[in-house]
Design a protein around this ligand. Structure first.
Ligand SMILES: C[S@@+](CC[C@H](N)C(=O)[O-])C[C@H]1O[C@@H](n2cnc3c(N)ncnc32)[C@H](O)[C@@H]1O
Length: 288
């Protein structure tokens, strides 16, 4: 007897141009992410994998599934976990962290820290950037009277990325970018050879789901430092500028905004001054 192949084990057919267009539009409207023709196979592979899991027979019926009702919203959230690029590292782009160190030291010297510092990692993925901000700030504030006065928020659209962030557990390879003194101060070895962020540092950090397309409705404000690196590259230019305008509004006077180098060109904001540094793309908000 011929073996019976389940349809789910067979490769899914190529997307039609209309289907590809519908998915492109949906993704861009909801997440800002632009899926170019070059990334069609990435989209198709990831959609197919998820469709097999949920038993959706074709792209059109899966599209209907993710766009209808509360169950669709849950499925959309799972799909986002699969389609977003969550690559990240501790102290990614070291020049940005050198700039942060200098900025924080200057604020301390000026005595301009009358309240706890608030820092924000926008598009935090699995938390490495958020904890890097926390370590960098803890280092500067250690030993001065203001020791301890800071909090860091990491936000992302992906719930699975946020779950990893909240766990604060990383493999040894991940820690290679962390200098030994910091590794010893801020990580605890676990029996399974991984490392966990120490509770004192973890207590300074919180994570929340936030879609950057919805910044207008978010309660975030009063930030001293905002890092938004390696997120805007997936968006159209006009959208990058719109998001940056919103982030600028979340900064306190004198606050620092750090963006991935080359992620925006020619953007200006009436309240922001560019930081003179040819290795980092950063701005400070004018003081009152
Ligand atoms: C490549 S990672 C960058 C991580 C980190 N900022 C860094 O520079 O290493 C991009 C992150 O942005 C998140 N992301 C994508 N679209 C988003 C959106 N519309 N709102 C919030 N986060 C988003 C992804 O889930 C992913 O975790």
């Amino acid at each position: 007897m011929q073996p019976r192949f389940d349809w789910a084990l067979e490769p899914l057919a190529d997307m039609s141009p209309t289907e590809f267009h519908d998915w492109q539009t949906l993704l861009e409207e909801r997440s800002g992410m632009v899926v170019s023709e070059r990334r069609r196979s990435f989209l198709q592979t990831n959609l197919s994998a998820r469709m097999r899991e949920v038993g959706a027979p074709d792209y059109a019926s899966y599209y209907r599934q993710v766009t209808s009702g509360p169950r669709g919203a849950v499925e959309w959230s799972t799909l986002m976990d699969r389609l977003t690029v969550q690559e990240t590292r501790f102290f990614r782009h070291p020049a940005s962290f050198e700039l942060l160190d200098g900025y924080l030291r200057q604020r301390v010297e000026q005595g301009a820290l009358e309240r706890p510092l608030a820092l924000w990692s926008v598009g935090c993925a699995s938390g490495e950037e958020t904890f890097s901000l926390a370590m960098a700030t803890a280092e500067v504030l250690a030993g001065c009277d203001l020791n301890g006065g800071f909090g860091v928020t990491g936000t992302d659209i992906s719930l699975s990325a946020l779950a990893k962030s909240r766990a604060g557990i990383y493999g040894a390879r991940k820690l290679e970018q962390v200098e030994t003194p910091l590794r010893e101060r801020y990580f605890l070895p676990l029996p399974d050879a991984r490392f966990q962020i120490i509770p004192d540092l973890a207590a300074r950090v919180c994570f929340a789901r936030l879609n950057v397309l919805e910044l207008a409705n978010s309660p975030v404000s009063g930030m001293d430092v905002i890092f938004c690196q390696n997120l805007l590259i997936y968006f159209r230019r006009w959208r990058r500028r719109e998001i940056l305008n919103r982030l600028a509004d979340c900064l306190v006077p004198g606050g620092l905004l750090v963006i991935g180098v080359g992620e925006v060109v020619g953007w200006q904001h009436p309240e922001l001054l560019p930081v003179a540094n040819d290795q980092v793309l950063a701005f400070t908000r004018k003081s009152l």
